[in-house]
Every structure is written in structure tokens, then in C-alpha cells.
Design a protein around this ligand. Structure first.
Ligand code: HEC
Length: 185
């Protein structure tokens, strides 16, 4: 039941006023409409970037930053390694690391056991350059039973053990495993 007063009506004893909406509320409402309108124009008609596009940009930025980090770290070259491998006392450090971490598979005298002989000129991975040797030590050949040592050994230790291996080239130990891989020139 309602009465004739336009400012409110009553139903079952509940009075409902007919006040105008507050200005702040109306403006919020209008702004959402304006926003939706602009949003639609920007993204649907004007080719605004989608989330996928934004992700692509962010990934490209990340790749760029990664590359610049690599760029600023000193690059390893055969020459820089030659110098590093020539450090005093490095072979003793390498011999110790080899005995504790590598000899079980490559033999105390590097003659080869589970892993290949490391004293001959035959290499499965690369051609036996300093770069090749540290690469296979770091990355390993996990599917062939050579563990990757990059994550567990420090750079200096990898250098030392590689220098030690290369110092044993041509040592011709007793019981050497037959050549595997290709002969380096
Ligand atoms: C669990 C056994 C195992 C251990 C431990 C191991 N290796 Fe190996 N290693 C292998 C096997 C197996 C291969 C041959 C992989 C292939 O056939 O591709 C290999 C290959 C290599 C090669 C490449 C040889 C070639 O002919 O190209 C080098 C260098 C090498 N290991 C160095 C090391 C060093 C240094 C360590 C210790 C830090 C080490 N390995 C520890 C099993 C091992």
C-alpha cells in the first residue's frame, strides 16, 4: 500500500524513500561508463597490447638483460684458459679433485674404467682443447654416465682438474682403456 506522497512509499509497513542518488555515487557510475568506453576503443579498435603482447615485451627485456650479464663477464677463450691453467700449484689442486671426484670412473691414472681413458688423443666430446674439456666437465654427458660438474664444482676447481687432465696427455698409463671417440689432430 502506498500513499500519494511522492517522496516515499510504504509497503507492508516498510517505508521506502525516493531520494535522489548522491552526486559522488552518480559520478563514480558515469566514470565507469566513460572508462569502459575508452577501454573498448583502446584495446578493441586501436590495437592496444594484449597481455600476451605485454608478456612478449617483458620476456624480450629479460633476454636482453641476461645477454648483457653474460657480455660483461670475462669470456673464456683458449688463451685465457691457457693462462689460468698455468697458475702455480694448480696441478696439485687438480690431482686432489680428480682423485676424490673422478678417479672412481676414470681410474687413478686416468687410464679409463667406466669412463674413457683421458690420457690419449681420442675424445668423444670435442677435440681435447681446454675449452672442450671444461665444457664436458661442466655439462657432463648425463645419458652416458658422465655427471655434470658445473653445478657442484667451483670454476677454479674445474679449471684445476681440467689442467690436471691435460697435463697427463700422453702419459700412457698401464691398463689403459682402448681409444674411444675420434683422434684429435
Ligand atoms: C659416474 C662416473 C663418472 C664420474 C664420477 C666422472 N666421469 Fe667423466 N665420464 C664418464 C663417462 C661414462 C664418460 C663418457 C661419456 C660419453 O660416452 O659420452 C665421461 C667422459 C668424460 C670426459 C670426456 C672424455 C672424452 O673422450 O670426450 C671428460 C673430460 C671427463 N669425463 C672428465 C671427468 C672429470 C674431470 C670428472 C671429475 C670431476 C669426471 N669425469 C667424473 C663417467 C664419469
Amino acid at each position: 500500500m502506498s500513499d500519494n506522497n511522492e517522496k516515499f512509499h510504504e509497503y507492508d509497513g516498510i517505508i521506502e524513500h525516493d531520494n535522489p542518488l548522491p552526486t559522488w555515487w552518480l559520478w563514480t557510475f558515469f566514470l565507469t561508463i566513460i572508462f569502459a568506453f575508452l577501454y573498448y576503443i583502446h584495446y578493441q579498435l586501436a590495437g592496444g597490447g594484449t597481455l600476451q603482447d605485454e608478456l612478449k615485451v617483458a620476456m624480450a627485456q629479460l633476454e636482453k638483460e641476461k645477454a648483457s650479464v653474460v657480455d660483461t663477464s670475462p669470456m673464456e677463450t683458449e688463451d685465457s684458459l691457457k693462462e689460468a691453467f698455468g697458475k702455480d700449484g694448480i696441478l696439485a689442486v687438480g690431482a686432489q679433485a680428480f682423485a676424490s671426484k673422478c678417479a672412481a670412473c676414470h681410474g687413478q691414472e686416468l687410464q679409463g674404467l667406466i669412463g674413457p681413458n683421458l690420457t690419449d688423443k681420442f675424445w668423444i666430446h670435442g677435440k681435447g682443447t681446454r675449452m672442450d674439456v671444461i665444457a664436458v666437465i661442466r655439462n657432463g654427458a648425463p645419458d652416458k654416465g658422465m655427471p655434470p660438474w658445473g653445478p657442484v664444482m667451483k670454476k677454479d676447481e674445474i679449471y684445476a682438474v681440467a689442467a690436471f687432465i691435460l697435463s697427463k696427455q700422453g702419459s700412457n698409463p698401464a691398463g689403459a682403456k682402448p681409444p674411444q671417440g675420434e683422434e684429435a689432430p
